[in-house]
Design a protein around this ligand. Structure first.
Ligand code: FAD
Ligand code: PYC
Length: 414
């Protein structure tokens, strides 16, 4: 694959852009691969990439029922932070954040990482104590965060109203190296690099069954025919329960809609990301100028990629009290995704009861930020059977009662 560079842009500008190559191939499936990954979202693609890059495993197919990046990876609001409470979480989210810093260079693909800083507002005494505790924990974990007072909040984000009608802003948990990245570019960058290593990304190929013999996986049934494999990674976010059922086991997980919306583009007015979890809203400004907005999950299980209208109203109300200057903005579009939520709001990266089947799911409302770290650790788990990064996130924690409670750090009401 030819490298992208300023020189390549200049060269192609002079010859009518005729020399660009396809970013990834469109192969027909082979009868079998060493590894099959179900789901070409960020986590599935990153897993495949690190299988190749770190372990030299490239006889890999990534099967996607729709188009790559068309699930939650292409629907999220792109917030990246690693300010979680528990050590196991801080390790994997901080690994991801640090990989994001150099991902554009690593993939030779501009993912537009923007470490503009993320703040989570504290609007009750309880939240002040909670976020101070997180800041202390983060300092011990080597994650750079601090608890800041209201005046600093206002300096960093002048459009905030500190004395809201319901809850005052009492401070914030501030992560200066948190930020955003372009979500599609993360999927596209990994896809291009996987394709370059000879892996097959097969779109419009839905997995409809999992084959096993003597408790060991042998392949999958798909809408493009059966495909054999000796290792299978299930990385399908909101459909994890459905695919697990095909393989014959159950997951402690629920699928719920989460939606987001963007406004018309306006001049730059906000160069940090703000999450206001007590009132249930968060906002950042995209490079195009749109205000990117989201709130909590819907309160019922569903598989529709849209959300309920009353939730939008609640989110917009919350943001207008936090940022009164947006009250006259027009909203351009809204959309939803299906997120997979566990009881302790932490992911599952695990072996399963079927030998050779590995599951990566439960990222819920917050898995975009984790994509590189998750792929790094899950690839190691699939290649070697163990990874220090994923060890705490096994399915066995639900039977052993070793929960990794991140309900506060999740940041999104659900
Ligand atoms: P996905 O990107 O959903 O990929 C799974 C893929 O599996 C899909 O493409 C799907 O089509 C495919 N698939 C499913 N079933 C099958 C099958 N049977 N056969 C073949 N393919 C199948 N996280 C953050 O960190 N920050 C945020 O700001 C943020 N905001 C969010 C806002 C919204 C509105 C939503 C919906 C989510 C948000 N998230 C956020 C969460 C984040 O988007 C997800 O955790 C993450 O994208 C999950 O990635 P994934 O690769 O696991 O799943
Ligand atoms: O996990 O930071 C997050 C997040 C923000 C919006 C949705 N998820």
């Amino acid at each position: 694959m030819k490298r992208y560079s300023a020189f390549a842009v200049a060269r192609e500008a002079l010859r009518g852009n005729a020399g660009w190559q396809r970013a990834w191939g469109a192969p027909e499936p082979r009868p079998a691969y060493d590894v099959v990954i179900i789901g070409a979202g960020g986590h599935g693609l990153a897993t495949a990439y690190y299988l190749g890059k770190r372990f030299g495993i490239t006889n890999v197919a990534i099967l996607e029922k729709g188009w790559l990046g068309g699930g939650n990876t292409g629907r999220n609001t792109t917030i990246i932070r690693s300010n979680y409470l528990q050590d196991a979480s801080a390790a994997i989210y901080e690994k991801a954040r640090s990989l994001y810093e150099t991902l554009s260079q690593d993939l030779n693909y501009n993912i537009m990482f923007s470490p503009r800083g993320v703040m989570m507002l504290a609007q009750t005494h309880h939240e002040v104590r909670g976020y101070q505790r997180t800041a202390f924990a983060n300092n011990l974990q080597g994650v750079e965060t601090e608890f800041i007072g209201p005046q600093r909040v206002k300096e960093l984000c002048p459009i905030i109203e500190l004395k809201g009608p319901r809850y005052p802003v009492m401070g914030a948990l501030w992560q200066p190296r948190g930020g955003t990245a372009r979500h599609d570019a993360v999927a596209w960058g990994y896809a291009r690099a996987c394709s370059d290593m000879g892996m097959h990304i097969i779109q419009q190929c839905e997995v409809t069954g999992v084959r096993s013999e003597g408790g060991k996986v042998t392949g999958v049934e798909t809408t493009k025919g059966p495909i054999g494999c000796s290792k299978l990674g299930v990385v399908v976010a909101g459909h994890s329960g459905v695919v697990a059922e095909m393989a014959g086991f159950r997951l402690p997980i629920e699928s719920v809609p989460l939606q987001a919306l963007v406004s018309e583009p306006i001049k730059p007015c906000m160069d940090v990301v703000v999450m206001a979890n007590t009132v249930h809203g968060y906002m950042s400004q995209s490079d195009k100028g749109e205000m990117v907005i989201g709130g909590g999950t819907d309160g019922y299980n569903a598989y529709t990629q849209r959300g309920s209208f009353h939730h939008l109203e609640e989110t917009v109300r919350a943001l207008i009290e936090t940022f009164p200057m947006i009250s006259r903005l027009k909203m351009l579009r809204h959309w939803g995704g299906i997120v997979d939520v566990t009881g302790d709001r932490s992911p599952i990266l695990s072996k399963t009861p079927v030998e050779g089947v590995f599951i990566n799911c439960g990222w819920g409302t917050g898995g975009f930020k984790a994509i590189p770290g998750s792929g790094w650790g899950f690839a190691e788990l699939m290649a070697k059977g163990h990874s220090p990064l994923t060890a705490e996130f096994g399915l066995d924690r639900f039977t052993e009662g070793r929960f990794i409670d991140e309900s506060v750090a999740a940041g999104v009401a659900h």
